[in-house]
Design a protein around this ligand. Structure first.
Ligand SMILES: Cc1cc2nc3c(=O)[nH]c(=O)nc-3n(C[C@H](O)[C@H](O)[C@H](O)COP(=O)(O)O)c2cc1C
Ligand SMILES: [Zn+2]
Ligand SMILES: [Zn+2]
Length: 557
């Protein structure tokens, strides 16, 4: 039998698909073609868009609008009703769950809550359960705060809080108060993940057993400038009971401002300083992993956070920039730690390596040992390549064998997972249950169905909301197909391995293993109804700072 190379997942021979000639199989070219076709359609659509009437969202949802006749948006529900395309499905998740859907006549699943002659939005009647209040997310940038930030009138040292009405003057935590550190030990922590790690995704991960979650990397200057899109990265769902926000920046003065801002105006258990982002646009500004080349600066920024943010602070680093330096940096951080550094997370690769090598856990243990034994140890959280409980257990065993006693270990028993959580969202359960779960394809599809529901709750169930939900679903599907069902495996799947072409145990499992973007669109249609003809999906994340990160993670064999 032909020897399977180590970079390929070892699959039982009966499931292997015959090799398909490159020109038919090349997903890249397929995807490129999809992109090209769709781009030209998008151009046409953009041309049409300009003439569209804009409708009043408040009126559509509630039948009321504070601006009355002066409203600059249309209140003509009837015209919306007559031009309404066919619904994408029979039941609206928000209406089912809460008895009210704010999307009214624009909801693409709205037949059950739209009056079919007037277009008026209906609420569930009391006999049918009435309307339940919908929980609000935390860390939403309100207009008053945004205005102050825009005008540069925000008073960073004033005790007044604009954003979180439940924090009144008496319970704003002050810097001199003792801090109760977030305890990461024995927890599963979902790494910050730009784009993929959006709020609906994190809700799914919480449902599936994750303990700690974190927002997507936000640029400190954009937060200070009151940019809505950046503040969206700090959003926290109710179910996220231990939650951090991650920031990137390179100037102590703006970091001081942003930590005061986050302190007062957000509800977050910890703030994480990004010292790992490898992307040029970030490192060119001196942020992300570039900070690792300037350890004094990095420590200066970390101590700024420690001084001004009065909950836990964590620092996420890599092994180094182009060579391992974390063992020199960590003792420096240990010195400035005034009892508020809750953890240092180490992604076991240098910036230069990106994702090209296996994470170097041996070096992570070395970093633990580099801590000064006469000072309080900072918990070190290792990160990289955990895709199964077995991976996790091996690291823990190695730690046990490497160190004499618990005190010396310093390596926190926290499972920090990035791509593992993307490819196997149920990984937290496996880690906690210490087992392997042979999940069926239909169960996997159910997870995606719930994601779509959460997505519609978060981004909306009108055309725009569905399009956004679909796009993020497609981004996720760009990873999910890498999962090989355990029953098909000859040996445990490793993060660095690529699956060969294989058949699943049924059509759905085979479809879910496809790396063709057209199949991802097909899956999205099973959940969100027909995709628009002009759908543009580029098959990889283009629009954010971690685009290359993600590409590297994907393309690496
Ligand atoms: C799609 C994607 C987005 C990421 N976004 C972030 C981010 O916003 N902040 C960050 O510190 N790291 C980010 N990372 C890095 C991960 O948090 C993690 O450190 C890295 O993927 C290694 O862990 P893993 O091998 O478990 O994936 C991202 C990684 C991926 C694949
Ligand atoms: Zn109006
Ligand atoms: Zn609806």
């Amino acid at each position: 039998m032909e020897e399977v190379p180590s970079y390929i997942v070892h699959i039982k021979s009966e499931f292997l698909a015959p090799k398909v000639p490159k020109e038919i199989n090349a997903n890249e070219s397929n995807n490129d073609k999809v992109v090209e076709e769709q781009k030209s359609k998008k151009r046409n659509r953009d041309a049409v868009k300009k003439t569209e009437i804009r409708y009043c969202h408040a009126f559509i949802g509630t039948g009321n609008c504070d601006n009355g006749l002066n409203c600059r948006f249309s209140h003509d529900l009837k015209s919306l009703l007559t031009s309404k395309p066919e619904d994408l499905g029979p039941s609206c998740y928000k209406f089912d769950k809460y008895g009210f859907c704010n999307e009214g006549v624009t909801c693409r699943f709205g037949s059950m809550h739209i009056d079919s002659t007037t277009g008026v939005n209906l609420s569930r009647t009391a006999e049918n359960g009435g309307v339940l209040s919908r929980p609000i997310d935390f860390n939403i940038l309100n207009k008053e705060l945004q205005h102050l930030l825009w005008k540069k009138n925000y008073d960073y040292d004033d005790k007044k809080v604009y954003n979180n009405s439940h924090l009144n003057e008496t319970n704003i935590p002050y810097p001199d108060k003792p801090v109760k550190l977030v305890d990461f030990s024995n927890k599963v922590y979902i790494a910050p993940l730009t784009t993929i790690g959006n709020l609906p995704f994190r809700r799914i991960l919480k449902d599936l057993g994750a303990d700690i979650t974190c927002g997507e990397m936000a640029m400190s200057n954009n937060l200070i400038d009151g940019k809505q899109t950046e503040w969206a990265l700090l959003r926290r769902h109710q179910s996220e009971d231990i939650f951090g926000v991650q920031i990137a920046g390179s100037h102590s003065d703006s970091m001081a401002k942003v930590s005061k801002l986050l302190n007062k105006e957000t509800v977050s258990d910890f703030v994480d300083l990004n010292c790992g982002c490898p992307i040029d646009v970030i490192t060119d500004k001196g942020c992300g992993s570039k900070l690792m080349t300037r350890p004094n600066k990095l420590c200066d920024i970390a101590s700024t956070l420690l001084r001004n943010f009065n909950r836990s602070v964590t620092v996420k680093i890599r092994v180094g920039w182009d060579e391992p330096t974390a063992h020199k940096l960590v003792p420096m951080l240990q010195k400035i730690n005034n009892g508020k550094l809750a953890a240092i997370m180490i992604h076991g690769r240098t910036r230069q390596q990106r994702y090209s090598k296996e994470a170097n856990w041996d070096y992570i243990y070395e970093v633990c040992k580099s801590q000064d034994p006469t000072l309080p140890r900072v918990p070190i959280i290792g990160n990289g390549d955990i895709l199964s409980y077995e991976d996790w257990k091996n690291h823990q065993n190695l730690v046990r064998n490497n160190f004499d006693d618990d005190e010396e270990r310093g390596l926190c028993s926290c499972a920090m997972i990035g791509r593992g959580a993307i490819i196997k969202p149920w990984l937290s359960r496996e880690i906690k249950g210490q087992n392997v779960y042979d999940i069926s394809a239909s169960e996997r599809l159910d997870i995606l169905k719930i994601f779509c529901n959460y997505g519609m709750e978060h981004w909306g169930s009108d055309n725009q909301g569905i399009a956004t939900t679909r796009r993020f679903l497609l981004e996720w599907l760009g990873y999910l197909h890498r999962y090989v069902p355990v029953a098909l495996l000859e040996r445990t799947q490793k993060m660095q391995q690529r699956p060969p072409h294989f058949f699943g145990r049924g059509d759905l499992e085979t479809l879910m293993a496809s790396s063709d973007a057209k199949d991802w669109i097909k899956i999205s249609e099973m959940l969100l109804g027909p995709a628009p003809d002009d759908l543009v999906f580029e098959g990889k994340i283009k629009s954010n700072a971690y685009s290359n990160e993600s590409e590297m993670a994907m393309s690496n064999g």
